[in-house]
Ligand binder design. Structure first.
Ligand SMILES: N=CN[C@@H](CCC(=O)O)C(=O)O
Length: 275
């Protein structure tokens, strides 16, 4: 089947699949009606994360990217609509608010269940089919592979967490989505960089990590949530249209890219050592 135009898959042969679910900014015309503003609709994009990891294909990783904004539908949420964090603030499969809690839609203009079903069929399912197909292809080449799900978020979001987020937030859903040796190797490299690091803190891994992580079957999934200040000149305090997003600054991002390179190399090394 041909690939929809919003999906990009760069195929490699190394035992590493890199997923970029939230860097898209496209909102097709039919989904714009009712949105409060284009800026709010893109505020929670994982800004510049595809550029941060643009070395991954050079390591032989397979990279999957969607250009569709998470505001249209969030491919890192349970398609049933179940919350990632029952009882805690989070955003939904088809978000109605930003992380900060601002309404994305004018009152009464939120997407209805037909619209949600259509978004699932058009954008959610193809992303997950691509993940499943590439996992199967790589598993046919290697007994063990790593699925590495890339994210970033602003450092201070009082609605979601207290204080300032550590720079590296590793999610393995409490240790169940990958071998403990992979989790430790990644955490060790994060700490060795001198940056603050937490494992299974506020962000434990979203749907992509939880759904695909099956270490007993040789599929080890790990989510990396970066605090934006680790690679962007992130403004301190609330952001507005004038201040967010800040432009990508290659020189400022370079130290983070060096650490991320070591992390992805370690993921490949882990998978090969298990094989
Ligand atoms: N930047 C994005 N963050 C992820 C976090 C998933 C989780 O809560 O663990 C998201 O919202 O999907």
């Amino acid at each position: 089947m041909s690939l929809p135009s919003f999906l990009t898959i760069t195929r490699g042969e190394a035992p590493l699949l890199v997923s970029l679910p939230h860097t898209g900014t496209e909102i097709p015309e039919e989904y714009v009606a009712g949105l409060v503003s284009p800026w709010l609709a893109r505020k929670d994009c994982d800004w510049w994360v595809e550029r941060l990891y643009d070395f991954a294909a050079g390591l032989g990783a397979t990279v999957i990217h969607t250009s569709i904004s998470r505001t249209v539908i969030d491919v890192n949420r349970d398609p049933s609509g179940a919350s990632l964090y029952p009882g805690q603030a989070t955003t939904e499969l088809v978000p109605t608010t930003t992380f900060d809690g601002e309404p994305l839609y004018a009152p009464g203009r939120e997407p209805d269940s037909d619209s949600i079903s259509r978004r699932k069929a058009l954008f959610f399912e193809p992303y997950h089919r691509a993940l499943a197909d590439e996992i199967a292809r790589l598993r046919a080449l290697h007994p063990h592979i790593v699925v590495y799900d890339c994210h970033s978020i602003r450092s201070v979001i009082p609605r979601l967490f207290e204080g300032t987020l550590p720079e590296f937030n590793i999610g393995t859903n409490g240790g169940v989505t990958c071998d403990p040796a992979l989790e430790s190797a990644v955490a060790e490299l994060c700490r060795a960089s001198g940056r603050s690091t937490v494992v299974n803190g506020r962000f434990r891994g979203g749907f992509i990590t939880r759904h695909n992580g099956r270490p007993a079957d040789g599929v080890h999934a790990i989510q990396m949530e970066l605090a934006c200040r680790g690679y962007m000149r992130e403004p301190v305090g609330p952001v507005d249209e004038a201040s967010w997003p800040v432009a990508y600054d290659e020189a400022h991002a370079a130290p983070m890219r060096a650490t991320l390179t070591r992390i992805l190399e370690a993921c490949i090394g882990f998978a090969r050592s298990k094989s």
